[in-house]
Design a protein around this ligand. Structure first.
Ligand code: CS2
Ligand code: MG
Length: 408
């Protein structure tokens, strides 16, 4: 069996999805998602200029060897662009493999470990009352888990993932049109003095059963993160996410020494080598990698297995920049993984998105139910794709009040 061609599409409703369609000499095709948020043209170029010319003629069933070819063959290994590009190839080859076998991909991984996979939504508010309304909305929608992000009184700019104006409780903007980023100003002191009490008020209001998650988004120094994680212990969070930048994997040690608050890290990682020490030293409770940014199902499965040896559960990234294709691939991993934790679920879910990516995965009562269709269980309408073009966008950059460059 041979790969005969591969097509690359950039664009989609509200997002520059990068979709790969791998064609074969037996008519079976596979789909992959190479969307690297705000840098979408780069994996698309990597696919076009390097990967597709080498893919043609390969046997799509040899997904491991194809992965090794593009990983080792690059010489300059890893990085989000390359790993997103051949992550899409890997998803497409698993899609083809499932279609050939007549099985949903989760069956090829080891079958189901659960019927429904717990997901979480994003509640947001320019202030605490709005955030409370937002949480109530998602609880009424049947979600059992909600990420909560709150506007901080006195913060020079909007805090992370909150609306700029009061009243909007379901939408916040993180990607602004144009390639030159908006500059936001951050004040750690205001955040650290306000957020622990806000999280406790949320816990008191919604009771002990709601899973509450909060994303610090890399904003604190390790010591500050340790202090903050300790301060929020009474709120009983499901997890505290990205409390401090984790390139320095040892930095997470300080948090562990001072707090029992569960820690989730990893959405910015693109290989096992950026998180192996975090996992092996059990410095985190959830690993947040994504099949798009971390080299597809083949590599993420290795990370899941390493995490499983160290009582670390999965909490795959699922921001709106992930197309229904990578969310479908993650749905299969979520159904299989014995150490599954939770899935972030923010696929736009609009009628345009569903028309572009017909899918049989379904959400019900805060749980994601994986498709039983052969392969990934998602399709791609090329005619619909013709409606969309690439439109440059960028999320903000963050500075401290004295102008020091900080972490978005
Ligand atoms: C966020 C992301 O969903 C999350 O946990 O950290 O949405 C992140 O802000 C974006 O992916 C950045 O492009
Ligand atoms: Mg995050």
């Amino acid at each position: 069996m041979k790969i005969t061609d591969a097509k690359i599409f950039v664009g989609g409703p509200g997002k520059n999805y990068v979709t790969l369609k791998v064609l074969t000499d037996q008519g079976v095709y596979g789909l992959g998602d190479a969307t690297l948020n705000n840098r979408e043209t780069l994996p698309a170029a990597y696919l076009r200029d390097y990967i597709v010319p080498n893919l043609i003629g390969m046997d799509p069933r040899n997904s491991e060897d194809v992965w090794q070819f593009f990983y080792r063959g690059a010489y300059f290994r890893r990085g989000p662009v390359a790993m997103a590009a051949f992550g899409a190839v890997d998803m497409a080859l698993w899609d083809i493999k499932g279609k050939l076998a007549g099985m949903p991909v989760y069956q090829l991984l080891g079958g189901k470990s659960r019927e429904g996979a717990l997901v979480y939504a994003h509640a947001t508010g320019a202030d605490l009352p709005d955030l409370m309304d937002s949480i109530a909305y998602y609880v009424d929608e049947g979600y059992k888990a909600v990420r909560v992000q709150c506007g901080i009184p006195g913060m020079p700019s909007a805090s992370y993932a909150v609306p700029e104006k009061k009243g909007d409780i379901r939408n916040y903007i993180t990607d602004y049109a144009g390639i030159r980023p908006k500059v936001e100003v951050w004040d750690t002191g205001k955040y650290m003095r306000y957020m622990p009490d806000a999280l406790m008020e949320i816990r008191d209001h919604f009771g002990p059963d709601l899973y509450i998650l909060h994303d610090v988004h890399h904003r604190l120094l390790p010591r500050e993160a340790a202090e903050f994680a300790k301060a929020v212990e009474p709120a009983g969070l499901y997890w505290l996410e990205d409390p401090t930048p984790a390139e320095d994997q040892n930095a997470l040690r300080l948090i562990r020494q001072h707090s029992t608050t569960p820690i989730a890290v990893g959405e910015v990682f693109n290989s096992i080598w950026e998180c192996n020490r975090l996992i092996e030293n059990e410095l985190i409770d959830f690993i947040r990698v994504a099949v798009t940014y971390a080299g597809g199902i083949t590599h993420v499965r290795r990370i899941v297995d390493l995490a499983g040896l160290h009582n670390v559960r999965t909490g795959f990234h699922g921001a709106p920049s992930h197309s229904p294709i990578s969310m479908a691939a993650q749905a299969h991993l979520n159904a299989w993984a014995p150490n599954f934790g939770i899935q972030e679920y923010l696929v736009l879910g609009t009628s345009e998105c569903n028309a572009l990516f017909p899918s049989e995965h379904r959400m019900e009562n805060g749980l994601m139910h994986v498709s039983e269709a052969p392969g990934l269980g998602v399709d791609f309408d090329e005619d619909e794709a013709g409606r969309y073009d690439y439109t440059p966008g960028s999320h903000p950059v963050v500075r401290l009040e004295d102008g020091t460059m900080w972490n978005y």
